[in-house]
Design a protein around this ligand. Structure first.
Ligand code: 3PG
Length: 409
């Protein structure tokens, strides 16, 4: 075992990588401008470089998803290839295919030292479903592609909570190890969690509400959330559950989510803080109002100043602060305020601080606050789940692969 490693999984240092054909599951899922389709923050692409440099003598195939089928961040990976090419100042091959003949030929034709990026994995239907590791290994994706590889490197920490074929399937049939991102995240997080002090303040925002709802209960039960400050879409769901927003939010599975929020408030009445004022978009302008003044059809896009003050006080008294997901529609100038102020409050607190998620780390960089944070992770939902103490499917796949590998040795 190499001394660089503190995780119970194999790392790139455990393998002779020379001339090997390596499947690398990365997470290049970036914020995308809904109007132009351009990549807004390249942080997750930048992070892949350390692993790619460790693989400089191998034939490397990068696989990633981008967005979810049907949302406006669902795009091909051609732009990602260009960004990586610029960042690494070298040619990155790209194939507009995932598991078909074109992708397979491109993999077979790779030379040592070359890097190939496959198209958005979610173009392949199987990658949009969760599987047991055994069934993931039987998917067409894994059975077709695994034959072409010597090693599987799992480095997509932001999607470590998904049991998709690319995340849990390849590790069943190929030797598998963690990439540098996973190694670093686990090492830093384990260190931070051993010194984390109460009160634990969790600030949740962004648009992935159902993932967050599942994790909140575990966070509270495991003593990781003394105060949960809600922003973004999840804030709206809780305000609806409190009947402070009267009209439907018109989001998918709204009734189910509102009823889950309702029972969480019932079970833990003193834990949740919801906005007292918000900002809406009125004909392209920011209009601030008390939550009680929200009317049907108002588009809530940010927090208001009273909420910022209220939340900032709770943050300043915290021992540990974890913030995940933007507080508003920060891509639009008029609605950056909440996200910016929340990040300022976190950066200036005396607490141990963790900032999480692709969108928020982009905003943090834009605000120049990165140096004031203890741990910055581009993972969002995966990190929330990690903090609950639950085993993430990717980590389980890596641990199982390590046991298998060591038994063989
Ligand atoms: C993320 O951005 O949280 C990861 O890339 C996972 O994306 P998903 O929630 O669409 O699976």
């Amino acid at each position: 075992m190499h001394n660089r490693k503190v995780v119970k999984v194999l790392t790139l240092d455990d393998f002779d990588l020379n001339g090997k054909t390596v499947f690398v599951r990365m997470d290049m899922n970036c914020p995308i401008d809904p109007e132009t389709g351009e990549i807004l923050g390249t942080k997750r692409i930048e992070e892949t470089i350390e692993t790619l440099e460790s693989l400089k003598d191998a034939k490397v195939v990068i696989a990633s998803h981008q967005g979810r089928v049907g949302n406006n961040e669902y795009t091909g990976m051609d732009k990602h290839a260009k960004v990586l090419e610029k960042l690494m100042c070298r040619k990155i091959k790209y194939v507009e295919d995932t598991i078909g003949e074109a992708a397979q030929n491109a993999i077979k034709n790779l030379e040592e030292g070359e890097i190939l990026l496959l198209d958005n994995l979610r173009l392949c239907a199987e990658e949009n479903y969760e599987f047991t590791p055994e069934n993931a290994a039987k998917t067409i994706m894994v059975s077709r592609l695994s034959k072409l590889f010597d090693l599987c490197v799992l480095d997509s920490f932001p999607s470590a909570h998904r049991s998709h074929p690319s995340i849990v399937g390849f590790a069943q049939v190929l030797p598998a190890c963690a990439g540098r991102i996973v190694e670093r995240e686990v090492r830093n997080l384990d260190e931070i969690m051993t010194v984390a002090k109460a009160p634990h303040v969790i600030i949740l925002g962004g648009s992935k509400v159902s993932d967050r709802l599942e994790a909140i209960k575990l966070l509270i039960q495991n003593g990781r959330a003394d105060h949960v400050l809600l922003t973004g879409l999840i804030g709206n769901v809780f305000m609806r559950a409190q009947a402070r927003i009267k009209s439907p939010l018109r989001i998918k599975r709204e009734n189910d989510m509102v009823s889950k929020a309702h029972s969480l408030i019932g079970d833990y009445p003193d834990v949740f803080a919801t906005p007292v004022d918000i900002a809406i978009d009125k004909d392209g302008k920011r209009v601030e109002m008390d939550v009680r003044e929200i009317s049907k059809g108002d588009k809530i896009l940010d927090l208001g100043p009273k909420t910022i003050e209220y939340y900032s006080k709770l943050i300043s008294g915290a021992g540990t602060v974890f913030i995940s997901g933007p507080a508003g529609f920060f891509e639009k100038e008029n609605f950056k305020y909440g996200t910016k102020e929340m990040l300022n409050a976190v950066a200036n607190s005396m607490a141990t601080t963790i900032v999480s998620g692709g969108h928020l780390t982009t905003a943090l960089k834009q605000e120049g606050l990165a140096d004031k944070i203890n741990h910055i992770s581009t993972a969002g939902g995966a990190l929330v789940l990690y903090l609950t103490g639950e085993k993430l499917p990717m980590m389980k796949a890596l641990e199982d692969a390590a046991i298998k590998y060591r038994t063989k040795e």
